[in-house]
Ligand binder design. Structure first.
Ligand code: NAD
Length: 434
């Protein structure tokens, strides 16, 4: 099947590459010519394990093509996925200007043949109706199409694996013809993995994505609430949460305290869901509390640093991990950025290292020192702050770190080390909720 992917970012590039690997003929479009140029040379513009190899494989078979020209691709494709970014507006609601622009471009290029327009970007409920209205408003020909919602659940860092072995495939379609086309798109994956397929209404599909992300964010904020309770009451959050998570109705996954969630999805998606609730006249205080606890997680962590170091001005501080989570180069809304900016404004000299995110970080915070390995970053500092749970950090030589530091003080924002062991090694060690 001929498939178009509009927006070749984390979601579009992974989805397009995997669909090509299933045997479809996929053309990925992006309006960033630099991105397309890189992809044409066989290089992935993002770090995602296994992706570059899969791009190379499918480029070679001819199943995967890249272009910055949307028109011919719309004309030539049966199924068109919209995978553009949906950033937050100032009031928290999703900014749908990129989705609208793509809908208009589809309208201008749609021909008389039936097409399925698939909204894969995360959008508020009822967006598909607006996409349909837009296409009808701006199309020249008698456009024959359906708009489908097919939310994406991949996680950065395991995007290829998540797409190849999904927990579920959600298809929100209101016409039989569109449902059948979508099942055809996913047939190779369904046959291979037996992934559960939920065929629902378009509006339900749109709400499933916002609901899932709000629930996951709630789990993280709940873990941080327990951590804050443990710190005041003298208990250990990991002991408490591990036991709570053993209840199969609750589950252990995502019940980890830390410096809060960041990234390009949770903060904006829960803000957009909160806005949706307000528009629908529903109490949004649960979501507001999740946001408040998330903000307090990083603030309380910073207070811990300030309390221990007393004066921040002119202190050398190492920060390990800038990406918003492990196995990605994505720094959008990363808690580390907030932390570095605050410590810097208090006069600290920051020495930073991240295995994949430094190129992106240098654009956002150019005026700190970056190092090519963690030990170089730690050399001569008075404190070490861990902001991302990279495996590389879990395996560091702690004895060597102690020798490299002027004063062996560690603030572990991701609880990657054991407090008792750290104490035994002679560190002053601060985790979260421990
Ligand atoms: P991204 O910023 O990495 O990629 C979006 C791409 O769209 C960019 O390359 C941009 O240049 C391109 N684009 C924008 N307007 C365009 C246009 N008119 N024509 C062609 N290309 C255009 O974003 P992402 O992280 O891939 O997220 C895309 C959507 O998927 C968002 O709605 C996001 O919430 C959702 N989502 C993201 C993830 C994730 O982990 N990143 C997971 C699930 C869902």
């Amino acid at each position: 099947m001929k498939i178009a992917i509009i927006g070749t970012g984390y979601v579009g590039l992974t989805t397009g590459t995997c669909l090509a690997d299933f045997g479809h003929q996929v053309t990925c479009v992006d309006n960033d010519p630099k991105k397309i140029e890189k992809l044409k040379q066989g290089k992935s513009p993002i770090f995602e394990p296994g992706l570059e190899e899969l791009i190379a494989k499918n480029k070679q078979t001819g199943n995967l093509i890249f272009t910055d020209e949307i028109g011919p691709v719309v004309k030539d494709s049966e199924v068109i996925f919209i995978c553009v970014n949906t950033p937050p507006k100032e009031d928290g609601h999703a900014d749908l200007k990129y989705v609208e622009k793509v809908a208009r471009e589809i309208a201008e290029n749609i021909n008389g043949e039936y097409k399925v327009i698939v909204d894969k970007s995360t959008v508020p409920v009822k967006t598909a109706e607006k996409v349909k209205e837009t296409i009808l408003r701006y199309s020249i020909d008698q456009a024959k199409f359906d708009v489908v919602s097919n939310p994406e659940f991949l996680k950065e860092g395991t995007a290829v694996k998540d797409t190849m072995e999904p927990d579920r495939i959600v298809i929100g379609a209101d016409s039989q013809k569109a449902k059948e086309k979508m099942l055809e798109v996913y047939k190779p994956l369904i046959d291979k993995t037996n992934a559960p397929v939920k065929i629902v209404s378009v509006r339900s599909a749109e709400l499933i994505k916002h609901g899932a992300n709000t629930f996951l964010a709630t789990k993280i904020s709940f873990a941080n609430l327990i951590a804050q309770t443990c710190e005041e009451a003298g208990a250990d959050a990991l002991e408490v949460l591990e036991a709570i998570g053993l209840d199969e109705r609750i589950g252990r996954y995502f019940l980890n305290p830390g410096i809060g969630f960041g990234g390009s999805c949770f903060p904006k998606d829960i803000a957009a869901y909160k806005k949706t609730l307000e528009i629908l006249g529903i109490d949004s205080s649960l979501v507001e509390s999740v946001q408040k606890i998330n903000e307090s997680a990083i603030e309380k962590f910073l207070q811990k640093i300030e309390k221990e170091l007393w004066v921040i001005d002119n202190k050398e501080i190492a920060v390990l991990g800038i990406a918003f989570k492990a196995n990605t180069d994505d720094i959008r809304n990363a808690p580390a950025l907030k932390l570095i900016k605050k410590l810097k404004s208090d006069g600290a000299n920051i020495q930073a290292y991240d295995p994949q995110a430094m190129e992106n970080a240098k654009k956002e915070i150019p005026d700190i020192k970056y190092f090519d390995n963690p030990y170089e970053a730690i050399k001569g500092v008075e404190a070490l702050v861990i902001c991302t749970e990279w495996d590389e950090f879990k395996n560091l030589d702690l004895q060597k770190i102690k020798e490299l530091m002027v004063t062996p003080i560690i603030f572990d924002g991701r609880n990657i080390f054991n407090p008792a062991k750290m104490k035994e090694l002679g560190f002053r060690y601060y985790g979260v909720g421990r």
